[in-house]
Design a protein around this ligand. Structure first.
Ligand SMILES: [Zn+2]
Length: 458
C-alpha cells in the first residue's frame, strides 16, 4: 500500500454536548486517520460567541477521551485564528475575488438576478468604502458555468453556478463567516480528508471556490449520511437521551458504544464481537461507508452492550456491583459466591448500571402476605439453615442442607425451593435459590425468615 498523508479533523461547535451523530463523525475521522497512519485533530468552531462555552469544550473533549477518540494535538479554537482569517480576506480583496456589499443584512442583495454591488462603479465603491459605510464582503461566483466537484462516497456532483449566490465571506464587523473560517483552518492545518455530516454537502461548491481562488489544494470531501431516529427524522441534539455523557452516566461501556457507532453506515463493522479501536482502525475503509441514512437503534446498542458484558473479567464485575450487596453482610460473602450470582444475571444486562441494579433487586426483599400461612415444614427448615455456621454459609452447603432436609421430610427439592424463594425475596423467579441465600447473607436471610415465623406464632 502506498503511504498516504492523511490528516482529518472533527470540528464541533462548543454549543452543546456531544451526541451520537457527532461522536460517529469523530469516530470515522479518527479511524480513517489511524488507518492511514495519519493525524486526527479536534477543532472547536467557537466563533458564535453568544452560544459557545468552554464548559462544552471540556465536556466534548472528555466524552471523546472516554470513547477513546483522542486528538493527536491540542485542540484548536477557531477564535484564536481571527487575525489569520482577516489576512486571507485581505488577500482575496487584493486579488479581486470579493467585493463589498452595502446592502443591509436582511435586505435584497439581488435585483433582476444581479448582485447590484458587484457591478457598482469603482468610483462609487471607493467613495462608499472611504466614507466608512457598513458592508460585508461577497465572493464573486462565476456566472453561467457548471461547477463540478467530487465527493468520495457520492462521486461527481455538478451544480450550475447561477444557482449559487455571491456568498458572504466576512460580516459587517469584519469577522470571517463560517465558510471562510472553515476553509482557512482546514488549509492551514493541512487537512487532507474532510469527513463530516451530509448536511454540509451544499457548502462544498462555495468552499471549493474559495480553495480554487486561493490556489490551494482541495481536500477530499467525504459526506457521511445523517443518523435518523425511528421516525426517520433527524436525531435531535435536544433529546438528552442521545448524548454521550448520558450514556456514560447510564453505565454503558465506551467499547460497546464505539462498536455500535462504527456499525452505523459501515456494513463491514464487526457485529458479533467487540473489537479494539486499533483493530477497527486497521479494518476501516471510508470508501465502504454507505450513502443511505442509518437509524439510531437502541436495541442494537443493547446487543453490543451485552456482547461487551459477556467478556468482562470477574474483578470488573465485582467492582461494578460492589454496592449492590447488603452492607451488613457484604464483607462476609466470598467473592466467588458474588461472582456466581452476578454471572447468573449477566445475560440480561447491557450496561454496568443495569447489572448493578439487577443484582440489587435480586437480593432485595418484598415482604409478602400469606393468607394460607407459610408451609408447615418451614420452621424446621429455618432451624436446619440456622445450624450452618457463618463461615460455611455458601451456596453449595446451603443446597446440600436443603436437599437433605427435603429427603428427610419426603418432599421434592423443588417443592421446597419455590416457597423459600418467595419468603426470602418476594419474587417467584430468579437465580438459583442457594446462590441468592448465600449472597443475601446468613444473618439477613434468617432475619427475613424470622419475620414470617414470628407472625405465624402471634
Ligand atoms: Zn449588496
Amino acid at each position: 500500500m502506498n503511504a498516504m498523508i492523511c490528516i482529518t479533523r472533527f470540528a464541533p461547535s462548543p454549543t452543546g454536548s456531544l451526541h451520537i451523530g457527532g461522536a460517529r463523525t469523530a469516530l470515522f475521522n479518527y479511524l480513517w486517520a489511524k488507518h492511514n497512519g495519519g493525524t486526527f485533530l479536534l477543532r472547536f468552531e467557537d466563533t458564535d460567541k453568544a452560544r459557545s462555552s468552554t464548559q462544552y469544550e471540556s465536556a466534548i473533549s472528555e466524552d471523546l477521551r472516554w470513547l477513546g477518540i483522542t486528538p493527536d494535538e491540542e485542540p484548536i479554537r477557531q477564535t484564536s485564528r481571527i487575525a489569520r482569517h482577516t489576512e486571507i480576506l485581505d488577500r482575496m480583496i487584493k486579488a479581486g475575488s470579493v467585493y463589498p456589499c452595502f446592502c443591509s443584512e436582511n435586505g435584497a442583495h439581488i435585483t433582476d438576478g444581479i448582485h447590484r454591488c458587484r457591478y457598482m462603479s469603482d468610483d462609487e465603491r471607493d467613495s462608499r468604502l472611504s466614507s466608512g459605510e457598513i458592508h460585508c464582503w461577497r465572493f464573486k461566483v462565476a456566472s453561467g458555468r457548471i461547477f463540478t466537484y467530487r465527493d468520495k462516497l457520492r462521486g461527481e456532483i455538478s451544480v450550475p453556478t447561477d444557482a449559487i449566490e455571491d456568498f458572504s465571506l466576512a460580516r459587517s464587523d469584519g469577522s470571517a463567516t463560517y465558510l471562510l473560517a472553515v476553509v482557512a483552518d482546514d488549509h492551514d492545518y493541512h487537512i487532507t480528508h474532510v469527513i463530516r455530516g451530509e448536511e454540509h454537502l451544499s457548502n462544498v461548491p462555495k468552499q471549493e471556490m474559495i480553495y480554487r481562488a486561493m490556489r490551494w489544494n482541495v481536500p477530499e470531501w467525504i459526506h457521511i449520511p445523517m443518523i435518523l431516529d425511528r421516525d426517520r427524522h433527524k436525531l435531535s441534539k435536544r433529546s438528552g437521551a442521545i448524548s454521550i455523557s448520558q450514556y456514560r452516566k447510564d453505565g454503558w461501556s465506551p467499547e460497546a458504544i464505539v462498536s455500535y457507532l462504527s456499525s452505523l453506515s459501515w456494513s463491514e463493522a464487526p457485529t458479533d464481537r467487540i473489537v479494539s479501536m486499533d483493530e477497527l482502525a486497521r479494518m476501516f475503509d471510508i470508501a465502504s461507508v454507505a450513502k443511505f441514512s442509518p437509524v439510531h437503534d437502541e436495541d442494537r446498542m443493547t446487543h453490543f452492550g451485552k456482547i461487551f458484558m459477556s467478556n468482562v473479567t470477574d474483578k470488573e464485575l465485582l467492582d461494578w456491583c460492589r454496592d449492590s450487596f447488603d452492607p451488613a453482610s457484604n464483607g462476609l460473602i466470598p467473592d466467588d459466591e458474588k461472582i456466581s450470582l452476578i454471572r447468573e444475571l449477566l445475560d440480561s444486562s447491557a450496561t454496568q448500571r443495569e447489572l448493578a441494579f439487577s443484582v440489587r433487586s435480586e437480593l432485595s426483599w418484598n415482604r409478602q402476605v400469606f393468607g394460607a400461612g407459610i408451609p408447615p415444614w418451614f420452621a424446621a427448615l429455618n432451624d436446619s439453615l440456622a445450624a450452618i455456621a457463618n463461615d460455611e454459609w455458601r451456596a453449595l452447603k446451603i443446597k446440600e442442607v436443603m436437599k437433605e432436609f427435603a429427603r428427610e421430610k419426603g418432599l421434592k427439592a423443588r417443592d421446597l425451593f419455590h416457597p423459600v424463594r418467595i419468603l426470602l425475596t418476594g419474587s417467584s423467579r430468579g437465580a438459583p435459590i442457594a446462590i441468592i441465600l448465600s449472597c443475601v447473607g446468613r444473618e439477613q436471610s434468617l432475619k427475613r425468615f424470622g419475620y414470617y415465623l414470628k407472625r405465624e406464632i402471634s
